[in-house]
Write a protein that binds this ligand. Structure first.
Ligand SMILES: *[C@@H]1O[C@H](CO)[C@@H](O)[C@H](O)[C@H]1NC(C)=O
Ligand SMILES: *[C@@H]1O[C@H](CO)[C@@H](O)[C@H](O)[C@H]1NC(C)=O
Ligand SMILES: *[C@@H]1O[C@H](CO)[C@@H](O)[C@H](O)[C@H]1NC(C)=O
Ligand SMILES: *[C@@H]1O[C@H](CO)[C@@H](O)[C@H](O)[C@H]1NC(C)=O
Ligand SMILES: *[C@@H]1O[C@H](CO)[C@@H](O)[C@H](O)[C@H]1NC(C)=O
Ligand SMILES: *[C@@H]1O[C@H](CO)[C@@H](O)[C@H](O)[C@H]1NC(C)=O
Ligand SMILES: *[C@@H]1O[C@H](CO)[C@@H](O)[C@H](O)[C@H]1NC(C)=O
Ligand SMILES: *[C@@H]1O[C@H](CO)[C@@H](O)[C@H](O)[C@H]1NC(C)=O
Ligand SMILES: *[C@@H]1O[C@H](CO)[C@@H](O)[C@H](O)[C@H]1NC(C)=O
Ligand SMILES: *[C@@H]1O[C@H](CO)[C@@H](O)[C@H](O)[C@H]1NC(C)=O
Ligand SMILES: *[C@@H]1O[C@H](CO)[C@@H](O)[C@H](O)[C@H]1NC(C)=O
Length: 781
């Protein structure tokens, strides 16, 4: 029965379409025109349901195709001309020379509505809702179905030729891209993070004449029926199907019911939508606002501490903002400027946080970390991980089954941000008085602490220089108290019998430990046998050299232990692990700013080794694995002072493929030479890796030319395509990027005489010295 009805309806609809085309029943001839002032404001389809022409909008008029209904009916098509405005003086005309135009009186502006390849001879508003232009021989040369706005009607397709629907408010797009994917996303989404509905591997989206919304494959076969509205048919009704990308970003199929053989409108019902939960639609809520479902209805709200922009607008969509604390960066104690509030069950913001703290972290510490960080707009805590985000926040929603906690900063009401540096305290009640006292007392004790520390340092310096004298006198370096001598048992206890292995440094495995008594965390390196082979006196001499280095960008040696043949070194513990983890593991990401800082930190550490400490130290083994990050994200170089050991290690690893990782300068690969230029080369390679966040040699890349980082970077540099290097980054400062690339390319020159000194590297990185254009790192043969 249903099938028969279906067939009947299909027959009627098809017949209508054919009749309209064949018999030109309502043909629109050249010279016809419409105007809001006259009785003819639109061209009407034979059924009377569709009309093309002027309709009232706001205080004026607009042009488009309407489907009859309540009030003004439903707009199903508008010309995709971003600048089309009409007034009561406008005239739409099929001109004598075959153009469909809109003229705005007084006559200055003529807009062509249908871009046709040859002049039209006539036009027609069809019962399908398709407005068509015919050529002289009655073939269709233009149809509105080919230029959809926000709606598909029965018989209309969205084909893979890049066709799209744009919601009438301009906020959302549904696009069939040339790669055969169908996706909905917010218009201003540039990185594809905002896709909220997706169907892949199809050639067409089709709403067919019996109300099926289908995805078709390359052979025109339906691969998936999205919606079936055929069950809405009744004997005494006729139906019009319409699929629209609505103002809220949801793509919906509607059925309009009319009395049969009449234009009497009965009702309109939505029968399907692409996203059953409205909060799935990214961009439904504005910036800094989140979506939650309240009694089945999606609502947007500002995050705590934010207020809406344009509250008086009576719409769901609004952006929210927060008064900024401009003096955060200059404040001595940013966390005084803010309070922290939290919100549970927040699901995702846009893809990348600018900072992921990769360690297990306490919940409160995550909020505090954001509070202290001027860049942080909000932090998201989940499973012990703390991610920090900049404002504005997009695409957030509340999802009850997500166990996250989001932190937001509220400008603290206790402080008026006025004079930079010194937060002024408002004393208007007891609480604030107490706060004042606390701050004052705090400052005093802080000053006291500083004083004590400076005394200590001065004293220590004197002791230190005295010690150096005595050390050089008898070579008994162990009298140098700046190094602590541990017993083997002490270290066994500290590391719980070497249980927690935190990685392999050069020359040995490193274990995590804690000094009994003062809870200071340490890293204990058990040296390999190769190293152990060397004489004790030489070993001590080496350690003495290391002990005399002190720089904030070098990992500090705290002490050592010699116990028979066992030799162990005790270092300060670096809680954030090695730079290699952050550069090469996809799940960890350092922001561009952090990376620049790390690059400079490493350069300063090397400069100290090369030029600033008493004995020039060549590191010989600079690579991201030897660069460690402390809890403040300061980069420190480890494993220095073992150049001689490095040579041994070098010969040991020579056979292995470690050499091919490419940090070793070419001349050192040949004859194991150890000039400071060796370190410059390695630094250059590390700098390239820091810039691009990938390994120097990587075979998992798109093209062969990308395998060797230095030559790829050089090629990009020459072609002016540096953006390719940092595709995943936001906030890249292009001048800094260019400087870093140029410096790195100078450092990795095969001709060592061309490599700059570390001092010049720093000056160039900081922009204090001009950088000439670097030649190709590998001389052209
Ligand atoms: C509009 O139509 C009415 C009657 O249907 C007629 O009296 C009137 O003159 C028409 N006006 C114009 C401008 O054609
Ligand atoms: C839009 O129209 C205005 C005047 O109506 C004109 O000045 C402007 O150039 C137009 N813009 C575009 C993109 O057509
Ligand atoms: C009209 O169509 C032609 C080709 O079909 C295209 O090259 C041209 O840019 C179009 N003009 C406008 C104003 O869209
Ligand atoms: C109609 O004209 C178009 C070009 O103007 C031509 O491609 C087409 O073949 C013609 N059709 C007929 C039936 O003559
Ligand atoms: C839409 O696609 C179907 C199936 O390929 C086709 O039969 C129909 O003619 C197309 N409609 C339009 C308006 O191009
Ligand atoms: C519409 O699509 C459905 C499902 O693919 C199919 O069963 C039906 O025959 C189609 N109707 C028409 C008129 O093509
Ligand atoms: C469409 O729905 C009707 C009624 O619910 C059902 O009888 C018919 O089988 C469905 N057709 C398809 C192709 O799913
Ligand atoms: C269609 O017919 C049914 C019963 O035959 C009636 O209840 C219904 O109101 C009619 N609908 C319309 C739109 O006339
Ligand atoms: C609708 O019109 C057709 C012919 O135009 C007629 O055969 C049919 O009986 C009419 N149906 C109703 C319900 O009036
Ligand atoms: C706001 O929306 C409500 C419900 O949708 C409506 O009743 C009210 O009149 C609207 N107010 C304004 C100012 O548009
Ligand atoms: C939460 O529930 C939704 C459905 O309500 C489900 O799609 C989603 O995968 C769930 N998420 C988690 C993390 O369980």
């Amino acid at each position: 029965m249903a099938t028969i009805t279906l067939l009947l309806l299909f027959a009627v609809l098809s017949a209508n379409e054919v009749r309209a085309q064949k018999y030109d029943s309502n043909i629109i001839n050249l010279g016809s025109f419409l105007s809001p002032k006259t009785n003819s404001t639109s061209w009407i389809s034979p059924s009377g349901l569709f009309s093309f022409g002027f309709y009232p909008q706001d205080d004026g008029f607009a042009v488009g195709i309407r489907l009859k209904g309540e009030h003004e009916g439903t707009i199903v098509w508008t010309p995709n001309l971003n600048n089309l405005s009409a007034s009561s003086d406008s005239v739409m005309e099929l001109t004598k020379d075959g153009q469909l135009v809109l003229r705005n009186e007084p006559k200055q502006r003529v807009v062509v509505i249908a871009n046709v390849s040859e002049p039209a001879d006539s036009a027609s508003m069809l019962d399908s809702g398709n407005f068509v232009l015919y050529s002289k021989n009655h073939t269709v040369i233009w149809k509105s179905f080919d230029h959809p706005s926000d709606t598909l009607l029965a018989g209309q397709n969205l084909t893979s030729a890049g066709q799209q629907l744009i919601s009438a408010n301009g906020h959302f797009i549904l696009r069939m891209d040339t790669d055969s994917n169908l996706a909905s996303f917010p218009v201003n989404d540039q990185r594809g993070e905002g896709i909220y509905w997706f169907e892949g591997a199809i050639s067409m989206l089709n709403l067919n004449l019996t109300g099926f919304l289908c995805l078709l494959d390359y052979y025109g076969k339906p691969t998936k029926v999205l919606a079936n509205s055929s069950n809405h048919l009744r004997r005494n009704t006729s139906l019009i199907y319409r699929a629209t990308l609505d103002l809220d970003g949801n793509f919906r199929l509607y059925v309009h019911t009319f009395e049969k053989n009449s234009t009497r409108f009965v009702n309109v019902q939505p029968v399907w939508q692409s996203n059953s939960n409205q909060c799935e639609v990214k961009g439904f809520c504005g910036f800094n606002s989140y979506c939650s479902t309240n009694r089945g209805k999606a609502v947007c709200e500002c995050y705590p501490g934010f207020v809406p922009i344009n509250r008086n607008q009576n719409i769901t969509f609004f952006d929210c903002y927060q008064r900024s604390q401009d003096d955060c960066k200059t404040s001595e104690d940013p966390k005084m400027l803010y309070d922290v509030v939290h919100l549970q069950h927040v699901q995702y913001w846009s893809l990348l946080p600018y900072w992921v703290i990769p360690l297990e972290m306490e919940l409160d510490a995550c909020g505090k970390s954001c509070q202290e960080d001027c860049d942080c707009g909000a932090a998201l805590y989940e499973d012990g991980r703390c991610k920090k985000y900049r404002l504005p926040l997009r695409y957030g929603r509340i999802q009850q089954n997500v166990s996250t906690t989001a932190f937001f900063k509220l400008p603290s009401r206790n402080i008026i941000p006025s004079k930079p540096k010194k937060p002024e305290v408002l004393v208007d009640d007891k609480k604030n008085l107490i706060l004042t006292l606390v701050i004052t007392l705090g400052s005093i004790s802080f000053a006291g602490l500083l004083f004590a520390m400076s005394i200590f340092f001065i004293y220590n310096r004197q002791v230190h220089s005295y010690r150096k004298l005595s050390a050089s006198a008898n070579l008994g370096f162990n009298e140098d108290c700046s190094l602590r001598i541990f017993s083997f048992n002490e270290l066994v206890n500290a590391t719980e019998n070497f249980t927690e292995d935190i990685g392999r440094g050069s020359f040995g495995v490193v274990y995590k430990g804690e000094i009994q008594g003062n809870n200071r965390r340490i890293a204990v390196k058990k040296l390999d046998d190769v190293v152990v082979d060397e004489g004790e006196r030489e070993f001590q001499a080496e350690i003495t050299t290391i002990a005399r280095t002190y720089h904030r960008n070098l990992v500090q040696l705290i002490g050592y232990c010699i116990d028979g043949s066992r030799k162990l070194l005790v270092y300060e513990y670096m809680s954030n692990g090695s730079l290699a983890d952050f550069l090469f593991k996809a799940e960890m990401h350092l922001s561009w700013k952090q990376r620049i800082k790390i690059a400079l930190d490493v350069a300063r550490g090397i400069l100290y080794l090369h030029e600033e400490c008493k004995v020039c130290i060549v590191h010989c083994n600079i690579k991201p694995h030897n660069i460690l990050l402390d809890e403040m994200w300061t980069a420190k170089i480890s494993d220095f002072g073992f150049a001689r050991l490095s040579i041994q290690e070098h010969s040991r690893i020579r056979s292995s493929n470690e050499l091919t990782s490419g940090y070793v300068a070419p001349e050192r690969q040949k004859d194991a030479s150890t000039s400071i230029k060796v370190d410059i080369y390695s630094y250059g390679v590390v700098l390239l890796e820091i810039i691009c966040c990938r390994r120097n040699i990587d075979v998992n890349v798109a093209t062969e030319e990308e395998i060797m980082l230095s030559s790829w970077v050089y090629n990009c540099f020459v072609k002016g395509e540096l953006n390719k290097l940092v595709e995943l980054d936001e906030d890249v400062e292009w001048r800094t990027l260019e400087r870093m690339v140029k410096v790195a390319l100078w450092c990795v020159q095969e001709d060592l005489s061309l490599r700059p000194s570390m001092k010049n590297v720093i000056l160039m990185l900081e922009g204090l010295k001009d950088i000439p254009i670097p030649p190709s790192p590998i001389p052209l043969a």
